[in-house]
Design a protein around this ligand. Structure first.
Ligand code: PMP
Ligand code: GLN
Length: 382
């Protein structure tokens, strides 16, 4: 047997895969891994079937088909009031995970440090390590999960190359305010940092608030990769298609990596989304209202439960604090409740390098009303 020198010796299977498998084995309601249990808009599915039947089945251009990139530039203008060049600044990728990986691989070298804000999405750190870099974990403030910009400033040194931000935030549902982007802009300019901005839940922001994108701040626009996922926007997580917007010099570097990691994203999916967006450009803006309704349905059904919570500001995740119910660890409790109570969730501690003493589980509310009500009923009985 050859010796294997693992690149990621301490990494196992992701918590999402583990919990979805346990939910299936236990026949539990699966509110763990984030995916909708309802269908995509029928017109989008029909457009995909048509694209396949029309013969759009060979390699597309490496950066994505022009028709889709043009629609994405229209979307950016429509929702964020920002213009971009679809040829030189937009790259269609097979999922935001790949886009994020490529942006890190393109710009982080051996010895570089990258700041991540804990709790953070599980793909960031392994990507940084595979690029030869080192992730520096700065915790978000407890309870509010807002960035502690003084702590971020204190973590910056001459080796700091990039900072990764995520708003709306998985797993906490917190969102960044315009003032946060101003702080970030100041820091990034002062220390010449690159920014990798994970904005995959951009359209899921509630209570009348707006999403704030790095693309809207000129000082961030010139140094940021902004990542998006059609999986979230169109309820098709299994289609694994997204895109990255970055200035031309950063886009060039991203594409150099992307062309050798995946080369392209799936052709007929690109045609289907281009056609759908051309005919329904305002569809993404309708999502917030519908998801807020689901959030409120779930939260209202939990008001008499012993859980404490603040309704999520964004994403399709709701955190519940079980301090009044148990002192068990979140990893242990979420397994127990999946097996014994028939409800699966995600423990929040796994998204930290060093988790604080808190008792939080994440529940995905991108589910049908009957599933949300049944889940809440189980949780109220606990
Ligand atoms: N970032 C965050 C915060 C996510 O929740 C997800 C969802 N899986 C992704 C990135 C990856 O998206 P995709 O499925 O398009 O790779
Ligand atoms: N983003 C999804 C979540 O947070 C899961 C994606 C995955 O399974 N890798 O639940």
């Amino acid at each position: 047997m050859p010796a294997i020198h693992s690149k990621l010796p301490d990494v196992g299977t992701t918590i999402f895969t583990q919990m979805s498998a346990l939910a299936a084995r236990s026949k539990a309601l699966n509110l763990s891994q984030g995916f909708p249990d309802f269908d995509a808009p029928p017109a989008l599915c029909e457009a995909l079937a048509k694209a396949v039947m029309d013969g759009h089945n060979q390699y597309p251009p490496m950066a994505g088909i022009p028709a889709l990139r043009e629609q994405l530039a229209v979307q950016l203008q429509l929702h964020r009031g920002v213009s971009c060049n679809p040829d030189t600044e937009i790259t269609v990728v097979p999922g935001a995970t790949e886009g994020i990986f490529c942006s890190i691989m393109a710009c982080v070298s051996a010895g570089d440090q990258v700041i991540v804000l804990d709790p953070c999405y599980d793909s960031y750190s392994p990507a940084i390590r595979m690029a030869g870099g080192e992730s520096v974990h700065v915790p978000l403030l407890p309870t509010t999960f807002q960035p502690d910009w003084d702590a971020v400033r204190a973590a910056i040194n001459t080796r700091t190359r990039m900072i990764i931000i995520n708003s709306p935030h998985n797993p906490t549902g917190a969102t960044l305010a315009a003032a946060d982007l101003l702080e970030l802009e100041r820091l990034a300019e002062e220390h010449d940092l690159l920014v990798c901005s994970d904005e995959v839940y951009e359209h899921l922001v509630y209570d009348g608030k707006q999403h704030h994108s790095v693309l809207q701040r000129p000082g961030l626009r010139e140094r940021s990769f902004a990542h998006y996922s059609f999986g979230k926007t169109f309820s098709v997580t299994g289609w694994k298609t997204g895109y990255c917007i970055a200035p031309p010099d950063l886009t060039d570097e991203l594409r150099k990596v992307h062309q050798f990691v995946a080369f392209v994203a799936v052709t007929p999916i690109q045609h289907a989304i281009a056609e759908f967006l051309a005919s329904q450009p305002h569809y993404p803006a309708t999502l917030a209202q519908e998801y807020q309704r689901r959030r409120d349905l779930f939260c209202n059904a939990l008001t008499k439960s012993p859980f404490t919570f603040t309704p999520s500001a964004g994403t399709y995740f709701q955190l519940l604090d079980y301090s009044a119910i148990s002192t068990a660890s979140d990893t242990q409790l979420c397994r127990e409740w999946t097996e014994d109570r028939g409800i699966a969730s995600i423990p929040v501690s796994v998204f930290y390098q060093q988790a604080p003493p808190q008792h939080l589980l994440r529940f995905c509310f991108a589910k049908r009303d009957d599933v949300l009500l049944e889940a809440a009923e189980i949780l109220c009985r606990i």
